[in-house]
Design a protein around this ligand. Structure first.
Ligand code: GLN
Length: 452
């Protein structure tokens, strides 16, 4: 049924870069066969899922939205993929994204944009717009996203779906094509909070293949979501981040945010205002740290190891072939970031830029720690604006970067954060963001499920 739905709506949505019809049917039959034999299968066995194209899938094309990886079929599965398969989930295909997960609208995909199912003249968010749109358009009940600066939460907010960024290190990065390794975090996209928690429980937990993976079990996110769904939040302290209570946001987003807070208070939550003065430096710090790490990570795309090779006709030196390949294979936003990151890391500038940004990161972490001394979770809008029209922010990178104003702090800190639908503004979805301390992912699920 989901494959039929994909076939029916893809011309309008373009959520998928690759649909693996045969693989999906085979995986579904394997689950049926297990059930027929009376074998134990997990709670998500047989459930279709879409996977962001930045996660490697053995034998199934994986491009990260880039021409430089066109035609590449990974020889191995990411840990996320392995866990999905082991739990019996049925992978429908790979979803569209901004190239190498750099962007907030999916317009920087080398394969054309994804369209927001609510209004196809608007963006579905990014970088994981394909995953969010697939879920919103009922092409898949679940999807995998990755969040480096907001790429799960912002697409969830603008498509009226649920998206969670787990604690950094709570989900494995093994087999995730690296953008900014100290920030990259895979996580669940779903239509309900409980669905997101069920998927989180399947993909989360320690992985010895990832040196930054936390050697602890996943908190009881499913139990927390079910507890929240009872609608009782008594004793829960919500920290309203003063700096994010509306500054820079559209009035309709602020109104939806206030209504959601009132709804949570009616369920018994207490409200405290917290001040996080360093959050205003999060965006500039992120746009030094993420490009710096990306300039190093993307060095591997040299025209030798994977995918595209340009100019290898005997007329060019090895260095020229690398340069021609990277020029042809990378899009403008990726080039901008590689150049920015190379500059920020170069001798003489390192302390002034990268070093300063790392200090800001420490200050942001301290703001979170102080706030969690008086509040159990922090709340803010997910993104300052509703889905914007396609093309309206591509000519000014700064306007695009602003989409992540509220999501980036939790990436720099490493704690979990979720976006949950929080009403409409001008007929378009708005998201509420709930942030929790590291390894307290269960708390955000409880509050999010109560709002639902
Ligand atoms: N939009 C942000 C960026 O362009 C975040 C991306 C992400 O989370 N992958 O870097």
């Amino acid at each position: 049924a989901h494959l039929d739905r994909v076939a029916a709506v893809e011309a309008k949505v373009n959520a998928f870069l690759h649909v693996d019809r045969d693989g999906a049917l085979e995986a579904a039959k394997a689950v049926d066969a297990k059930r027929a034999k009376g074998e134990e299968v997990g709670p998500l066995a047989g459930v279709p899922i879409a996977v962001k194209d930045v996660i490697t899938t053995k034998g199934v094309p994986t491009t990260a939205g880039s021409k430089i990886l066109e035609g590449w079929r990974p020889p191995y599965d990411a840990t996320i993929t392995t866990r999905l398969r082991a739990a019996g989930l049925v992978m429908l295909g790979k979803t569209n994204m901004d190239e190498f997960a750099m962007g907030s609208s999916t317009e920087y995909s080398a394969y054309g944009p994804t369209y927001n199912p609510w209004d196809t003249s608007r963006i579905p968010g990014g970088s994981g717009g394909g995953s969010a749109a697939a879920v919103a358009a009922y092409e898949a009940p679940l999807a995998i996203g990755t969040d480096t600066g907001g790429s799960i939460r912002q697409p969830a907010a603008v498509t009226g779906t649920v998206g969670a960024k787990p604690t950094y290190g709570g989900t494995s990065r093994y087999g995730l094509i690296a953008f900014s390794s100290s920030l990259d975090t895979p996580g669940p996209c779903a239509r309900t909070v409980e669905d997101a928690a069920l998927l989180h429980a399947v993909i989360g937990g320690h992985d010895p293949m990832d040196s930054t993976s936390i050697p602890q079990p996943v908190p009881d996110v499913v139990g927390a979501a079910r507890l929240g769904a009872t609608g009782d939040l008594s004793g829960v302290r919500l920290g309203l981040v003063k700096e994010f209570a509306g500054e820079g946001a559209e009035p309709g987003v602020v109104a939806a945010y206030r209504e959601s807070i009132e709804a949570l208070v009616k369920l018994g939550a207490e409200v405290v205002e917290v001040s996080c003065p360093s959050f205003k430096f999060a965006l500039p710090a992120y746009y030094l740290i993420a490009p710096s790490e990306c300039s190093s990570n993307l060095a591997r795309f040299d025209g030798v190891r994977y995918g595209l090779r340009t100019g290898d006709n005997g007329e060019h030196s090895l260095e020229e072939v690398m340069s021609l390949t990277r020029d042809a294979g990378f899009g403008p936003e990726v080039k901008r970031r590689v150049i920015l990151g190379t500059y920020a890391l170069s001798a003489g500038y390192y302390d002034a830029y990268y070093g300063q940004a790392q200090k800001v990161r420490t200050l942001i972490t301290r703001d979170f720690q102080a706030a969690f001394g008086v509040a159990d979770v922090l709340v803010a809008p997910t993104t300052p604006f509703v889905a914007f029209p396609l093309g309206s922010r591509t000519s000014d990178p700064y306007q695009m970067y602003l989409a992540d104003l509220y999501t980036i702090p939790s990436n720099l800190y490493g704690g979990p954060a979720i976006s949950v639908p929080s009403g409409l503004s001008e007929g378009l979805p708005v998201g509420l963001q709930i942030m929790a301390p590291t390894m307290a992912d269960d708390r955000m699920y409880r509050v999010a499920a109560a709002l639902e």
